[in-house]
Design a protein around this ligand. Structure first.
Ligand code: CA
Length: 233
């Protein structure tokens, strides 16, 4: 069993928290970062986590990457249909990042710029790819990762759940090792503090989720911030 910590915070600037997160027992983790006017972002991210939870509860385990991707595609349809029926929700969308651990295997499905990181053998790295305009530039070698973090267009996503009919869900499966630590987070964490500080906190904090939120708030807390940390025994 993994040791799990989770936390979310509205931050110091925004009035509402458009992030949603959920831990589906025993070891499936979802973070979603909603976007859209008024309360639409909250609606989109909430619909995402609820749809995924309902879908997985009825699915057979393991929740492999194909099942996780199906759940995201179902949420995409639901959010799109809701937006079409309610003018105030037009243009809403959300990121969707899901990790499931089962029987020594890990599975993920992912859309948007929320992230999964893996700490293994003292190496800490992002295992998802951001679906963002600046990430496209980084991959082309036109921006460094550090420049991307403070770029004025860093919030522009190349795809989001519920915002377009056709989305491509990144998906993968991989062996999990004893001692692995996974971090799922929204960009309210990674835009405020760098990977080095995140790593230091994960390695030393008694409650890494609360400590990561505190660090993002201390750095300005300009966005909603959500984290799930899961350490494998
Ligand atoms: Ca955000």
């Amino acid at each position: 069993m993994a040791k799990i910590f989770q936390a979310t915070h509205v931050g110091k600037v925004r009035n509402n928290n458009e992030d949603s997160l959920i831990v589906i027992e025993p070891e499936t983790f979802v973070v979603a970062d909603g976007m859209g006017g008024a309360s639409a972002g909250e609606v989109a991210s909430q619909m995402l986590v609820e749809t995924v939870k309902d879908f997985l509860t009825k699915a057979a385990r393991p929740y492999d990457e194909k099942i996780l991707a199906q759940a995201i595609l179902l949420a995409n349809d639901k959010i799109l249909n809701t937006a079409r029926q309610h003018e105030e929700y037009l243009g809403m969308g959300t990121t969707a990042t899901i990790l499931s651990l089962d029987g020594g295997q890990g599975y993920f499905a992912h859309v948007g710029d929320s992230r999964i990181y893996l700490l293994r053998n003292n190496i800490f790295k992002q295992i998802t790819e951001d679906h963002s305009y600046v990430e496209t530039l980084v991959r082309r070698g036109e921006l460094t990762a550090e420049e991307a973090r403070v770029h004025p267009m860093k919030n522009v996503l190349t795809q989001a759940v519920g915002a377009m009919t056709n989305i491509y869900v990144d998906q993968a499966s991989f062996p999990v090792e004893s001692g692995d630590v996974f971090l799922l987070c929204t960009d309210g964490l990674t835009n405020m503090i760098d990977d080095e500080l995140i790593l230091q906190i994960i390695k030393t904090a008694e409650n890494p989720a609360d400590a990561l939120i505190d660090a993002a708030l201390n750095a300005g807390g300009r966005d909603n911030v959500s984290v799930i940390v899961a350490g494998v025994d």
